[in-house]
Write a new protein. Structure first.
Length: 577
């Protein structure tokens, strides 16, 4: 048998092995070559948001995106909604391009993956940029734009105008849909150079038209359909709709209108009518009757339960006919200060009195008389403080005063209430000798010789007052009146303090000291009042307190007064100027 065929088969195997090894070397070389050719490069057809980066190494691709895409991504985003235009600031909205992630997404970087190598030559897509976003910041920017672009829903309601219920019907609004608007901006970012139309949604009113019509039918129209009757005991009154509709309203609540009642406005509105079936209590007091202090008893009032009115009023309004009646029980309301309280004040004798003179003028008769009228009859309970400004009020024509001379900036001028300081001085001296506490008083700037030296007071509405406190255990009744002046006689301002004698008051006055000289002032104005001046000085007044009927000195008070000079006033220009 020949061995030739065996050798042929052996050679065939060697050839096959060698061929296989050759192919392995060939493909291995190509694979390695492919790795080095494609290694660390972006696929040739790749782009990010329209910026071509194919065939570039990652660093170069990153640079290109930073130069071409990032500036575009930093531009303000133009938006519109509801015919309004605005801009969204990417930085404020938390929008930014993640360049490194965008390059990596495009396929940049080394890889032994043959698919990746093949993709370098044949692949590469136009990819969206990788965007970092702060969702909360983006929505906040959209809401800022929406605050200008939104058209709020027009709310309807029901208003009561005098005796009528007038409805107004709602209208839907339009508002930016913030969540969908954020998605639209993200979809267009960063290459959207056109204006982005943001999605909007219908904004519904809180209360629908049907609910308003329902409230008109069920409450508003019945509320003004007729009067409300109020019965207290055997008395009754009629409340017409125009007297109570100011207190009515309908407020939105859970998609409907709910009736509401302003009790404060209601009782103020119906007060004139309710006076016919109620009566205020009257405090007891003390008055001078036939020249003697007399206790005037207090008087009980008649009132009603206000809570019952407010609890039932709205339900009564929707009734018809006689069912629109509030039946209330009359309640006795006792005065705060009763007859026994007035007796305990022990106002029974004159404890001090004082009179000052004033020269004739019509304005003094008017102003002093009106102030005395307002002060007369004032009762100070123990611990209470008298205020002349609070008692007399502002000196106006409406309050019964007229113009007269006052002291302003050291000179005389005309103003309303001129002369009221004479009332203040007389009151001050009566309080002084009654032993009442001096809370506030201000002497005139310069001395007026018809007043007690060092014991006088001026007042000015709003900033200078006379105040004294009843610091005795008894009540004090102030009696004040004038004897009017006439062309031939001076007038008198009189004050008496009625109480129970608690203090015996004595007083002394120092000599004048620290004299100052007056000056001459030239005033060139129409309201100038000429004056013959005199100097100023200091003086001290002492008050000595002894309990009534006792010689023992309890305490001593000192009052110091500085009178400025009363300048000579010449009306006209200064000849030396």
């Amino acid at each position: 048998m020949s061995d030739t065929p065996f050798r042929d088969r052996t050679n065939d195997r060697r050839v096959g092995v060698l061929l296989l090894l050759g192919l392995i070397v060939l493909f291995g070389g190509a694979y390695v070559a492919g790795y080095y050719v494609t290694s660390d490069k972006v696929p040739r057809g790749a782009s990010v948001a329209g910026v071509e980066i194919g065939g570039l190494q990652p660093a170069a691709a990153t640079t290109r995106l930073e130069e071409e895409l990032v500036p575009q991504a930093q531009e303000q985003i133009r938006v519109s909604a509801n015919d309004k235009r605005g801009r969204i600031r990417p930085e404020a909205a938390g929008l930014a391009i993640d360049v490194a992630a965008s390059v990596e997404q495009a396929g940049g970087g080394r890889s032994w993956d043959p698919t990746r190598m093949w993709d370098y030559f044949t692949g590469g897509d136009d990819l969206d940029a990788v965007v970092n976003v702060d969702q909360a910041a983006l929505e906040e920017e959209i809401e800022a734009f929406a605050s200008e672009a939104d058209e709020p829903a027009k709310e309807g309601g029901i208003a009561f105008k005098r005796a009528r219920a007038v409805p107004s019907y709602p209208k839907p609004g339009v508002g930016v849909d913030v969540e969908q608007a954020a998605a639209a901006i993200l979809e267009a970012y960063p290459t959207g150079s056109d204006v982005i139309a943001l999605p909007v949604r219908k904004v519904l009113p809180k209360v629908s038209e049907d609910k308003i019509r329902e409230a008109m039918r069920d409450f508003a129209n019945p509320a003004v359909s007729g009067p409300v009757f109020v019965e207290i005991g055997n008395k009754s009154i009629v409340l017409r709709p125009k007297s109570y509709t100011k207190a009515l309203s309908l407020k939105p609540q859970n998609g409907t209108l709910v009736p509401a009642l302003d009790s404060k406005v209601l009782f103020k509105s119906i007060r004139p009518a309710m006076r016919k079936v109620t009566e205020k209590p009257r405090d007891a007091t003390v008055r001078i009757v036939n020249g003697e202090p007399t206790v005037i008893p207090g008087k009980n009032g008649v009132t009603f339960d206000r809570d019952k009115v407010t609890d039932q009023f709205l339900s009564v309004l929707v009734q018809r006919g006689k069912a629109r009646t509030l039946t209330l029980e009359g309640q006795v309301e006792r005065p705060d200060f009763r007859t026994k309280d007035a007796r305990q004040l022990q106002i029974k004798e004159v404890v001090s009195s004082f009179t000052t003179q004033f020269p004739h003028s019509d304005y003094r008769n008017t102003n002093l008389g009106r102030a005395a009228e307002l002060v007369n009859g004032t009762v100070l309970k123990p611990g209470e403080t008298f205020s002349l400004n609070d008692t007399v009020g502002e000196r106006t024509a409406e309050n019964g005063f007229t113009e007269g001379f006052i002291i302003s900036n050291g000179v005389f001028k005309e103003d309303f209430g001129g002369g009221v300081s004479q009332v203040a001085t007389t009151l001050f001296n009566a309080a002084f000798f009654a032993g009442l506490e001096d809370v506030e008083h201000k002497p005139h700037s310069f001395y007026i010789d018809r007043y007690p030296i060092g014991r006088e007071a001026t007042v000015a509405w709003g900033f200078v007052d006379l105040k004294f406190k009843n610091n005795t255990p008894y009540g004090v009744l102030i009696q004040a009146w004038i004897n009017p002046s006439s062309p031939s006689s001076s007038g008198q301002m009189n004050v008496r303090m009625w109480s129970t004698k608690y203090w015996d008051i004595k007083t002394t006055t120092s000599e004048r000291y620290n004299f100052t000289k007056e000056q001459t002032r030239y005033i060139d104005s129409e309201d100038c009042v000429p004056n013959d001046g005199y100097g100023g000085f200091d003086i001290d007044v002492f008050r000595y307190f002894r309990k009534a009927g006792s010689d023992e000195l309890v305490r001593k008070e000192k009052m110091h007064t500085t009178y400025t000079p009363s300048d000579t006033v010449v009306c006209g220009k200064d000849p030396n100027a």
